[in-house]
Ligand binder design. Structure first.
Ligand code: KIV
Ligand code: ZN
Length: 506
């Protein structure tokens, strides 16, 4: 197992901010900075001070507020003006870092910089030397090979330049996948080549953009190839499709047994606040932080999810939601869902249900879901209540009256035929069973329980709920319920619900 501690370098306030429709002002940046401190990242790139006055002032302010537990970094192109501004902006931090960069990719050197490689190499080395001279021993210098991902054809040149950059004073070498174009493994192999070619005390970093959706994979595999500084942004903010989402990297590494220096429990709340502050909504299917990323809708998944709900490892989730401060794993019902979901949804809504009842009402609820799609819990409990407590069928109870201590009159209809029968036995339920027997509907009571209800269920005020199991002459067994303010009536209603259930099964 890898036990090197990752070093999280967050660029939300720089790469993330520069890609916002409305970049943050001082107050907003201060708020995001406080979130980053709360998460416990090791370094924050607070901005690009050379971009405008507001950015310079903001960076200066943040730098002066940072403590000794966080590296504060300002970005600068490899030009003296930018380096001077970056230095001025961050010099008051306890741990300041100048981060300078230039592209070494053949394509960008030719078409964007329009310079020869040897000239670019010299600019890189001079920039680092200049930055190091400014910052001295108070801080350090990071150098980035912009478009390192596009440097497959000129790796010897890149490595030679990096060795000179290190001699000039850079102690962190960052390898950005500025535009993600090809396979993570090609990038990672080249990260390894750089690590092997540099002195062991040099920190190698990766900074991956997510143009093709593989930034997290590339970052994680780069870590296992030896890169220690992992760059990214909260919620994956950043240019175009964004940067690596640091939350994802942290959680993968945690799952791999790495000691991750981040307060993982803060992830979900931080993600919501970043979304609010940035105005960038979180895609509902986004890994870990998407609103829907803990929802189970297929019956197969629901079954596994419910059976492993309280376990740390879940059948259908990568982590226990509490790891990142979430508690909203849910099963929700569509036509694709099954009985376990019904059981779980009704129980979570606070109503009693058995698996047998869930199985019975599932086709009815599924039919409703086929028409409207996802069914809100209220619709499900409405159907449950109708089907479980007011079972429709050929039997209708009209009146149940006490004649004497052990004699009761039962007036009911069966398929519109009226019955008026007196039953005799010890108590109302047994007397009612006797009356039914006399009318030609013998049923055997095989289980009885009654629970006190405090108040109401689904708007019906009740003091008692009867749960019984009835066995029909053909061996069919049903569980049925009755609800009423009178305990005797709760029993009789349960019995008639049972009669209708048995008729439906026949
Ligand atoms: O993506 C990139 O190459 C960058 C550099 C400035 C580090 O953001
Ligand atoms: Zn970037």
């Amino acid at each position: 197992m890898e036990n090197r501690k990752p070093f999280f370098f967050d660029s939300t306030l720089r790469d993330g901010n520069q890609a916002l429709r409305k970049p943050w002002n001082l107050g907003e940046k201060e708020f995001v900075f406080s979130l980053l401190k709360n998460l416990g990242v090791q370094a924050v790139e607070i901005g690009y001070p050379g971009s405008c006055d507001m950015e310079f002032d903001t960076c200066k302010q943040l730098a002066s507020q940072a403590g000794d537990d966080i590296v504060v970094c300002g970005l600068a192109r490899a030009v003296e003006r930018d380096i001077n501004l970056a230095y001025d902006a961050i010099k008051d931090a306890v741990k300041p870092r100048i981060h300078t960069f230039i592209t070494l990719s053949p394509f960008n050197m030719q078409y964007v910089l329009q310079k020869k490689p040897e000239d670019v190499s010299k600019i890189a080395v001079d920039a680092v030397r200049y930055a190091k001279a400014l910052i001295g021993s108070k801080g350090d210098v990071q150098f980035s090979v912009e478009h390192f991902g596009d440097c497959a054809e000129n790796m010897p040149f890149v490595i030679e330049t990096l060795q000179k950059v290190v001699e000039a004073g850079a102690t962190t070498i960052n390898l950005p996948n500025t535009v993600e174009r090809t396979r993570p493994v090609d990038f990672v192999n080249r990260v390894k080549m750089v690590i092997d070619a540099l002195p062991k005390d040099i920190v190698v970093a990766v900074h991956c953009h997510n143009d093709l959706g593989m930034a997290t994979a590339t970052t994680v595999e780069s870590y296992f190839a030896g890169a220690t500084q992992l760059e990214g942004c909260l919620n994956g903010l950043g240019e175009r499709a964004g940067n690596t989402n640091l939350f994802e990297v942290a959680v993968v590494l945690h799952n791999c047994g790495v000691d991750v220096p981040m307060n993982l429990k803060e992830i979900y709340e931080t993600a919501l606040m970043i979304s609010e502050k940035s105005g960038v909504p979180i895609y509902e299917k986004a890994p870990l932080i998407g609103q829907d990323s803990l929802a189970h809708r297929s019956g197969i998944h629901q079954d596994g999810a419910i059976k492993t709900k309280d376990m740390e490892k879940g059948a259908y989730r990568p982590i226990h939601p509490s790891l990142i401060g979430r508690d909203d794993e849910k099963v929700s019902f569509t036509s694709q869902s099954g009985k376990t979901a019904i059981y779980e949804i009704i129980k979570s809504a606070g109503y009693p249900i058995t698996m047998e009842e869930a199985i019975r009402i599932t086709p009815i609820i599924k039919e409703a879901a086929e028409k409207v799609g996802e069914l809100p819990t209220r619709n499900i409990t409405d159907i449950y209540f109708k089907e479980v407590f007011k079972v429709k069928g050929p039997f209708t109870l009209d009146k149940f009256t006490k004649i004497s201590e052990n004699k009761f009159r039962v007036e009911f209809k069966y398929n519109n035929k009226r019955y008026n029968i007196v039953g005799e036995d010890n108590g109302p339920l047994s007397a009612c069973l006797d009356a039914l027997r006399k009318a030609g509907f013998p049923q055997k009571l095989i289980h009885y329980e009654q629970v006190a209800i405090d108040g109401e269920i689904k708007g019906v005020s009740a003091d008692a709920m009867t749960v019984i199991k009835l066995e029909a002459p053909n061996g069919t067994v049903v569980t049925c319920r009755g609800l009423h303010t009178s305990t005797a009536m709760a029993n009789i209603i349960a019995l008639f619900n049972g009669l209708n259930l048995i008729s439906a099964i026949k």
